[in-house]
Design a binder for this molecule. Structure first.
Ligand code: SF4
Ligand code: SF4
Length: 338
């Protein structure tokens, strides 16, 4: 099916009465995912948003609960008011990243109520990438610029209209509320086929990285990998799949709050023990952890790599460290047979 952009915009504006609409919008010269009051606010002609949409499900700083001592009682407040939300214009890499975050925050052992409440109330409308940024390498990670994995509804830009299809049951429910669907013509289908056959220009081979990393923890490859790294955390904070956090108590007089804040394995304090000992005492060890977690530990624990090839860490690194080259280095590293 397809829908004209004009009719889609009208549906978008009508849905805004019942849903909080999150979409890529102009954000001080960059494009980021924020609340959009109307379809006219939405900006889709960008290569990739500066920041991924993960902070909408897993905020950078979040009060989990607050408490107050009143006489002998402690009054605890835990206010999580989440309304129905649509994330519109999500790229395939970011849609997949939310499936990966689900594995962390919602699994057989526990469910994080803060993440889950938002996730459960969110419907994702993904859009295929017609333009591909030079740092993108999602095709290496089993995705493509037109992969619908992780989206509930998926769009392909046809010029004046979108091809529109429901991917999940949640997507079918939302699609039923969108007015003005038409049949796709054969010329439209040809455009869809072209977009769907596209691959990222940049690729990296991840075929053997997981098994190779199994025996590389003490390899000399790591000895200089992080030499240039500043430990600034830009790579992990801009990564749609990184999810480390700290929980701290902020207490003053008779009241306080429990706060969750993003943390990063690239930061020196991340593993600093109270004794002063730091088991990852340099950036080489921290780079090893970053690669190991994404391409080995996460695979063993969750059956998938924790990288979607969005290229944001490459673009944001102030000293031009490139995860594709780091992966390539693992591929080329010689294993020492003992
Ligand atoms: S590691 Fe880099 S390329 Fe991979 S998902 Fe994170 S930011 Fe994107
Ligand atoms: S963005 Fe670059 S310099 Fe900063 S922590 Fe990451 S790899 Fe190191």
């Amino acid at each position: 099916m397809k829908i004209s952009k004009e009719k889609f915009g009208q549906s978008f504006d009508a849905l805004a009465a019942d849903y909080q609409m999150i979409a890529p919008v102009n954000d001080s010269g960059a494009v980021n995912f924020k609340a959009a009051k109307s379809f006219s606010d939405v900006k889709l002609d960008y290569l990739n948003s500066k920041l991924p949409p993960k902070s909408l499900l897993f905020p950078q700083h979040e009060t989990l609960l607050s408490y107050k001592k009143e006489g002998k009682d402690v009054i605890v407040k835990n206010e999580l008011n989440v309304g129905k939300t649509i994330f519109f214009g999500i790229r395939p890499c970011d849609a997949k990243s939310m499936l990966l975050l689900d594995k962390v925050f919602k699994n057989d052992m526990f469910t994080d109520p803060y993440y889950y409440e938002r996730r459960n109330n969110t419907t994702i409308i993904g859009v295929a990438c017609n333009k591909i940024a030079p740092n993108c390498f999602c095709s290496s990670l089993g995705l493509s610029p037109a992969s619908s994995e992780g989206s509930d509804i998926f769009l392909v830009d046809l010029g004046d209209s979108y091809q529109i299809e429901a991917v999940t049951e949640k997507g079918k429910d939302l699609l039923a509320k969108i007015q003005g669907l038409e049949e796709l013509s054969s010329a439209d289908q040809a455009v869809v086929d072209t977009v769907k056959s596209a691959k990222t220009a940049s690729e990296v081979d991840v075929a053997v990285i997981t098994s190779k990393l199994d025996s590389m923890f003490n390899h000399s490859y790591w000895d200089s990998l992080g030499e240039k790294c500043l430990g600034c955390n830009a790579c992990t904070f801009s990564c749609p799949t990184c999810h480390c956090f700290d929980i701290s108590e902020e207490y003053r007089k008779n009241e306080g709050s429990r706060v969750r804040t993003w943390d990063s394995c690239m930061a020196p304090l991340f593993t600093l023990h109270g004794s002063g000992h730091n088991p990852r005492n340099n950036q080489n060890a921290r780079w090893r952890q970053r690669l190991m977690h994404k391409f080995n530990y996460f695979v063993h624990n969750n059956g998938d790599m924790a990288c979607v090839g969005c290229g944001r860490c490459i673009k944001s690194c102030p000293v031009n460290l490139d995860i594709r080259q780091a992966i390539d280095g693992v591929n080329k590293a010689e294993l020492v047979v003992e």
